[in-house]
Structures are given as C-alpha cells and as structure tokens.
Write a protein that binds this ligand. Structure first.
Ligand code: PEP
Ligand code: MG
Length: 901
C-alpha cells in the first residue's frame, strides 16, 4: 500500500493483515480474508488517519466524501444494486475497528440506506415484508441510540410492550404489521428526542454513522477500556463499510461467532454460538440465548462444513487461535470478521505449546504469545477441589479462577463497594465496564462463551460464569433466586468458579494453584504430567531460561524466604533488608541504642545485637550457598523503632497527672521528640544513619563477615555483597566504604579466613543517578532502588499517594498504571539510563541491578533488559514472572508487544 499517504478509503482487496495501524484490526482481517478468496461481502475501510484528523479538527478531510462515493459506486456494481434505490436498495453496515480489539466499545450500525421509500422495495426484492420492516426498525433503533444519542431504553421499552401486548416470546415472533407499527413508534421517538425526523437520505445516514464511529473513540467507556488495557488514546479507529448480508431473512438465516479452539482452556474443538433469524450483535447481546455451534451441523450441514473448512484455513494461515463472526443468508455463508482470539492465561500457555508442537511457530514466537501477567494469573489460588459444598447454580465457565465476594447487582455499586464484590447481572453491556473492572468476578444469567461479559472478563483475567440459566435476577430488588428457591441478596457472600461454572453460596476455601506448587517443587510428578497447564508452563520456563540475558534475583530477608527464592530458581538475593531483623522482639535493642548515654552503653547494646544478626546471615548465606547475596545496611528512620509520639505523650501526661512519673518513659519521650521528623522518608535514614550513629554499621558488617567466615569454615561458598542505601553523593559512599573495608579486614585477620565482599550502593535518589560517574569510581556495583527513585523523582510520598489521589490520576489518564507498579520509563527510566551509561563509562562492566518493586513487573523487566541491566530482583513469588519476561525480552522487539492483545 505504498504511495497511499493522502488516501483515506481502501477497498477490502487493497489491504492485508499487516495494516492494522491504518485499517484497524477488523479492516485488516477483512482484507486478509478477501485476499484469501473467502466469502466476505464487498466493502471498504475508512482509515484511522481520517479518524485522527476528524478528532483533531472536528471535521472530516475534504477528500473523504468523494472517496467514499467512488467506493460506494464500486460496491453497487459488484452487488448489482444501488445505494438509495427505492426498488431494490443496496444496504450497508458500518462497523468500527481500532488497531486493538475493544469488545463492545465501539458502535455497529446495520441496514444503513433504508428509508420510507425503499422499505417496500426491499420487501419485494427479498420476498418478505417481515424482513424489510424488521431491518428498518433495527436501523432506527441502532442509529437512534448510537448516532443520535437517544437512550436505548426508550426503544427497548416500546419493543417489550409490543411483545407483551401481542403475546410474542421475543422479536422473532413479531409479524410484519407489528414491525411496521413499531417503526412508526420509533420514528416518533426520534422526532421527540431530537426535534427532527429520522434522516431519510441514505448518503446522509452513512456520513452521520461514520462520524458517530469516529466520535465513539472518545466515549468515557472507550477511554476506561483503553486505560485498563494500556492502549494509547491517540490511535483512532477505522470504519468498515460493508454491503449488507442478512441473517434475519427467515429460519434458514442467522448469525454466529466461533473460536477455532476453546479460548478458556485451549482445547481443540468447536466453540461458538449460533442464533437463527438474527442480525449483527444479537448473538452476543444476550437478547435470546444462542445455541451451541455444534447444533448448526444439524440445522445447516453445508454451511457448517464450509465454516469448519474456513476456520481451519484461517487458523493455519494466522498460525494462531482465531475468532470469527459470520452470517448465513438463506443457506449461504458469509464471513464478517476474523481476528486473533482473546484467550485466558491457561489457554495462552497451552496454545503456544500446541502451535509449537504442530511446527507452526518456533520457540521465539511461542514466548511472544505468553506474558508475565498471564503467568501471574495462573499463580492465583483456586477453589479446593475436595470441597463437598453443593452449588446453588451452574453456568457456563467463561473465564477461570476462584472468586469470593459479596453479590452486587449494578455496576455503579460494584465500582463503589470496596473490595471483593461479585457483579451479578442478567447480561452485561459496555456500560458495565467500571463494575467489571472493580469486581473480583462476574456472574450472569444469560449469554454464552462469547457474550460481552465473557469476552471482557477473559480479556482482563477476571473470573466469570455466564448463562447460569436457572437464576432469576431481580436487579430492582437487588437479589437473585435459584431454581431451588435459594435467595441471594445484595451483600450476601457468594463464590464463583470460572473453571467449572459452579456458583456457591457463602465462602468456599481456596487452595494454592498447581502452577505455584510446581514452582515450589511440591507437585506430585504424576499430577504434573497430567496437568496440561503445568506442563505448558514448565516448558515455557525452560525456553525462557535458555534465552534470557538478565539475571533474576530475589528480595529475601529470612532463611525461609531465601529457600523459596532458590526453589523459584532465583540466581541470588538482590536485596536483603536488614532492618526487618530489628523488628518484633528485637525492637527494644534499637530503643536502648538510641537512649544510650555513653559509648560504653552503646557498645553493650551493639554487642547484644551482633549474635542475632550473625545468626540471620548464617542462615541466609547457607540457603544461598554459591550464589550472590546482596545485604543492605540498615535503612529506615530510627523513629520507626520507637513508640508513637502521640501515644507516648499521652501516657507520660497521664502518669504525670497521677503523680507517678516513669523516668524511663520521660527519657524515651525526649528521644522520640528529638528524632521526630516531618518528612521521615527524606530525613535521617539510609547511609545518613550509618554516618551519624556510631558503631551501627560496623556491627552489621562484622556480623556479615563473621557469618561468611563461618560458612567458609563449614565448606560452603558464601558470596555476600554489602550495599549502602540512600546515597546521594560520592562522599557519603566513600566514608562508608572505608569503614566497611576496615571491618572486613579486621574479621579476616581475627578469623584467619579471608572474607571478600563486593561493596556497592543503591541508586535511589536523582542526585545519585546524575552523579553516577563519580560514584562508580568507588562502587563495585549499583542497584536501582526504584521505589525511592520514583518517590523522589515525582515528589510522591510512596506511603500516601496511592491511597489518596492516585485513583483520580488514573481516572484522568495522567498515567495508565501507578508509577510505583510499572516503571515510569520517561522520567525515572531516564535517570536509570543516565546512571547506567555514565557509571559504565567510568567503570566498564560495572555490575548493575534493580531491587525496587519494578523488578517483578513484566513491562518494567523488558525496560531493564533494554537499558542493559545485569539483573532484576523481586519478591520470591514474582521470580518466575521475571524469568519468563526476561526470556521474552531477549527474543522480542518492543514493537511486537501487542501480540497477545
Ligand atoms: C527502593 O527504594 O526501591 C528499595 C528497594 O528500597 P526500600 O523499598 O527498602 O526503600
Ligand atoms: Mg529505598
């Protein structure tokens, strides 16, 4: 498609699957199917570029109308019908399609071109009056709500009233005369709501519909979805205009959706839903419950066989799970859409392995198809399979997981109620998105595996059960009733199992995921062989480990954590926070250290602390024999070890009032006041403590060195590294280093065992990053403390902001994810890059890692790989996730990240 810079419209046979940026996912899929010779109705795509220009300028580019006319002309000659003809009109559909699929986000309008003059012509041409009036009422309803902004309930209320008064069970039972009167009613609603008549000019209908699609890019629910899925806001959407084929032409017509394999489990087979006498979104909207796709084999064996053939062809062509939408018009199959199908985490791993084993993809591509986020989902607990509880209902398992929460019956309450709610709805629509995001799980009484709730929940990794048919949901009374008469009211706890579709009343116990048990080495070999998800994960981990360049270390402070880190295959400990060793029963020692009034008293306390620290380090070094253990000197402000100022003041004041003064408390209070800081995070902590509290660091280093000597004596290979926290300037580090070297030397002398340890620093203040060159002259390694670096770069107090104004910031889209969860690459990441570059310029090969929370965040891991860090360090539980992402980072270019979306 070279030389297309100033063209905005492309016929389906002009594009292909690689032009998603310009044609959107749907347009690219239609183009690809057209080129494969599949039965796609003719049509054209208005590019995302046109949308972007429209959103920027408020008007479409001047060339657009002429281009659309030319393409309409081409459609007319292919179909042998005229758009706007009164006798045998060609109608078109208008569908949005952005680069990334956004289920339910954008609008679809069918039957465009129909009006008062052509409805009879359509009836005559099709030989069905009912069909023509059904199409017209659909057009006014869809156009009215999506283009003219009329509340859809105005139309559906009239429809329901008509259905009730005629005794019809649903829209299929309405006859032509009733549909004709419905059209009259609908037109009156349009006049009433907009002050003008429903537009009769087909070309005007089309222009308005295209603009409405452009504008729907910026609806609140579209923005919410994009923020959730981290899709950029500036892509815009394409618009697909296609000649209509009709699924509402009688019992031999219908519409359906299908997956080439099960998107919930990855099992090969036939998965989909079919609804006869239906158009467009009917099948996913839950208006009527569709039949399983297998039933189509009985209803229309020829179309079914053709569909299976096409699905197999598409899967082989895309080399991936595809989903399709199709319509059957009087026994003739038409393909309306295909794309790479969304899938659950379990299915993603299984499918990657299946396609790899089938020889369709290589290991690199397989790694590209699973993500750290998906692995995270597989590590969540599941319901205990041995539970005896009887389900109160069973539905379709649409997205696996175990969710326990209180039932709520509308999206707004779900979004407000904190936390752990299960959103219970008859069916969901895009308006329910905030509720789905907030909920632990979703339960609906209608719809199949391809319903809105199922697709959205699966995309987000939320537990979801749909189509729990027996449930009678009464949203007004805020309760549901099961077939056995069990009533669950808002606020009652329920448990839903997205793997079996079972719904329980009350709380069901959860058990660890088999994937975690596998990582921990606790899974029985036979179970492991039988569990295809565990199998797939274990193979992908091997591939990732073989390919990754980045080391993955763990943050661990205790021998137990260190053991788990080792089980999870950490390459070492990247952060051992020693302050945790002073909490609990040992806290009073630090209190005594602060209160000590003489050097002798201080030495006594330090001497008491030494054996405790020694014991801790011996345990950790033993667990990590042969691997590096980065031990960080004490970091937090001293006041954290002291009683609360207010509480102690009250205690002392009360004692004074009662005439029973406790001298110890009074001294303590004086110390607490002396050490009180307005901004303790920016106060006396980190290296500053080591520099002003005599003997503290020396004691810690002695404990490390003696522990290492003890392990060497025991025949081990301990590899301690000593890390100085919160350094802002090289002078601080130099002084610390001198003291550390002196103690290491002392211990080597006295024990007769040479103890070696790298001495390095955290880089967690902007000044340290900016002066990395001078610091690197003295430091053996750097480790980025991205928690503090984020706090100090943004000026965000890490303990306060996430609970205060971050929700508002996220809602306003100031950032897509908290910068404490996912590294702010532009700002904090830039400091990281500067420090890496300038540090290594001085000391080539300087060892550099990261030990902030970001070390276990998938997208941050890919960033750290890009800027050349040697390792990431994260909590033991996230080590497998970081290993997988490090493997992916090694084989993927940043541009292919969208693969699994
Ligand atoms: C950091 O700041 O990123 C870090 C690892 O240290 P801490 O979280 O202990 O301040
Ligand atoms: Mg820190």
């Amino acid at each position: 498609m070279a030389g297309t810079s100033r063209r905005f419209v492309f016929a389906f046979d002009e594009g292909d699957k690689d032009h998603k940026e310009l044609l959107g996912g749907k347009g690219a899929g239609l183009a690809e199917m057209t080129n494969l010779g599949l039965p796609v109705p003719p049509g054209f795509t208005v590019s995302t570029e046109a949308c972007r220009l429209y959103l920027a300028d408020g008007q479409v580019p001047p060339e657009l109308a002429g281009e659309i006319d030319a393409h309409l002309g081409r459609l007319e000659s292919e179909r042998g019908k005229r758009f706007g003809s009164a006798s045998d009109p060609m109608l078109v559909s208008v569908r949005s399609g952005a680069k990334f699929s956004m289920p339910g986000m954008m609008e679809t309008i069918l039957d465009i071109g129909l009006n008062d003059a052509s409805v009879d012509g359509l009836a005559a041409a099709a030989g069905s009056e009912r069909f023509a009036w059904d199409s017209y009422r659909r057009l006014i309803q869809m156009f009215g709500s999506t283009v003219l902004g009329i509340d859809p309930a105005r139309f559906s209320t009239v429809l329901e009233t008509v259905e009730r008064s005629t005794g019809a069970a649903g829209d299929v039972d309405l006859d032509a005369a009733t549909l004709r009167s419905l059209v009259t009613n609908y037109k009156a609603i349009v006049r009433d709501e907009t002050g003008r008549d429903f537009p009769q000019n087909p070309r005007e209908q089309l222009t308005m519909a295209i603009r409405a699609v452009f504008e729907s890019w910026n609806t609140e629910r579209a923005r919410v979805y994009r923020r959730q899925e981290r899709i950029p806001h500036d892509l815009g959407t394409a618009v697909n205009v296609m000649a209509m084929v009709y699924g509402n032409l009688g019992p031999d017509s219908g519409t359906g959706v299908a997956f080439t394999r099960d998107p919930a489990t990855g099992t090969p087979g036939v998965y989909g839903d079919y609804l006869s006498e239906a158009q467009g979104e009917d099948v996913v909207a839950g208006i009527r419950t569709p039949v399983p796709l297998q039933d189509l084999e009985r209803l229309d064996p020829v179309s079914y066989a053709e569909l299976r053939r096409i699905m197999a062809l598409l899967e082989g062509h895309y080399r991936d799970l595809c989903d399709v939408e199709f319509t059957i018009e009087r026994g003739r199959l038409w393909m309306l859409q295909t794309r790479i199908g969304k899938r659950t985490a379990a299915a993603a791993f299984r499918l990657a392995i299946q396609f790899l084993d089938d020889g369709l993809i290589d290991v690199e591509e397989a790694l590209g198809r699973v993500t750290g986020e998906q692995l995270t989902q597989l590590m969540f607990p599941q319901f205990d399979p041995h539970i005896e509880a009887k389900p109160i209902a069973t539905g379709v398992p649409a997205s696996p997981g175990a969710a326990v929460g209180t039932a709520v019956f509308d999206s707004a309450t779900a979004a407000r109620t904190d936390p752990n709610v299960i959103l219970v709805r008859r069916e969901t629509s895009p308006d329910d998105l905030p509720g789905i995001i907030a909920a632990e799980g979703v339960l609906t009484s209608r719809g199949g595996k391809t319903s809105h709730a199922a697709v959205v929940a699966r995309g987000m990794g939320k537990t979801c059960v749909v189509g729990a048919d027996g449930l009678e949901i009464d949203a007004d009374r805020r309760q549901f009733t099961t077939t056995d008469g069990v009533v669950v009211r808002e606020g009652d706890t329920i448990s839903i199992d997205g793997s079996t579709g079972r719904v329980y009343s009350g709380t069901i116990d959860v058990v660890p995921s088999p994937v975690v048990e596998y990582f921990e080495g606790r899974l029985d070999a036979a179970v492991r062989r039988r569990d295809p998800v565990v199998q797939a994960v274990s193979r992908m981990m091997i591939y990732a480990d073989e390919r990754r360049r980045l080391g993955v270390h763990a943050n661990a402070d205790t021998p137990a954590d260190a053991k788990r880190a080792r089980q999870f295959r950490a390459d070492g400990i990247g952060l051992c926070r020693t302050e945790h060793m002073f909490l609990g029963e040992r806290r009073h020692h630090i209190e005594e250290l602060i209160l000590a009034e003489s050097a002798a008293e201080q030495d006594k306390v330090l001497a008491e602390l030494l054996p405790m620290q020694l014991g801790d380090f011996v345990g950790i070094l033993a667990a990590m024999d042969g691997l590096p253990v980065t031990i960080r000197l004490i970091d937090p402000p001293l006041h954290e070890f002291l009683p609360d100022l207010t509480e102690l003041s009250v205690k002392v004041a009360l004692a004074e009032a009662g005439g029973a003064i406790d001298e110890g408390d009074v001294r303590l209070l004086r110390a607490v006041r002396r050490l009180h800081e307005q901004n303790p995070m920016l106060g006396l902590r980190g290296v500053r403590l080591g520099l002003v509290v005599p003997g503290l660091v020396a004691m810690q280093v002695r404990a490390i060195a003696e522990a290492a000597a003890a392990r060497i004596r025991a025949g081990d290979d301990p590899r301690p590294e000593i890390m100085v926290p919160l350094v802002g300037g090289v002078e601080e580090f130099e002084l610390m280093r001198e003291e550390i070297v002196r103690v290491l030397h002392d211990v080597s002398e006295s024990s007769g065992i040479e103890v070696r340890a790298r001495i390095g620093t955290m880089i967690e203040l902007p000044r340290a990053a900016l002066t990395a060159a001078s610091i690197a002259e003295h430091a053996d390694f750097f480790s980025f403390g991205t928690n503090d670096l984020t706090q100090t770069t943004w000026g965000f107090s890490r303990d306060d902001v996430e609970g205060s104004f971050f929700p508002a910031y996220l809602k306003k889209g100031i950032f897509a994810a908290s910068p404490f969860d996912s590294l702010d690459e532009e700002g904090v990441g830039r400091l990281v890059s500067i420090a890496v570059e300038e540090g290594r310029a001085v000391r080539g090969g300087l060892l550099i890692g990261v030990c902030g929370e970001h070390g276990g965040d998938p997208s941050s891991v890919r960033f750290f790989d890009r800027v050349g860090l040697d390792y990431v360090s994260c909590s033991p539980f996230r080590v497998p996730i970081a290993r997988l992402e490090a493997g992916r980072a090694a084989v993927l270019k940043a541009s292919s990240e969208g693969d699994t979306r």
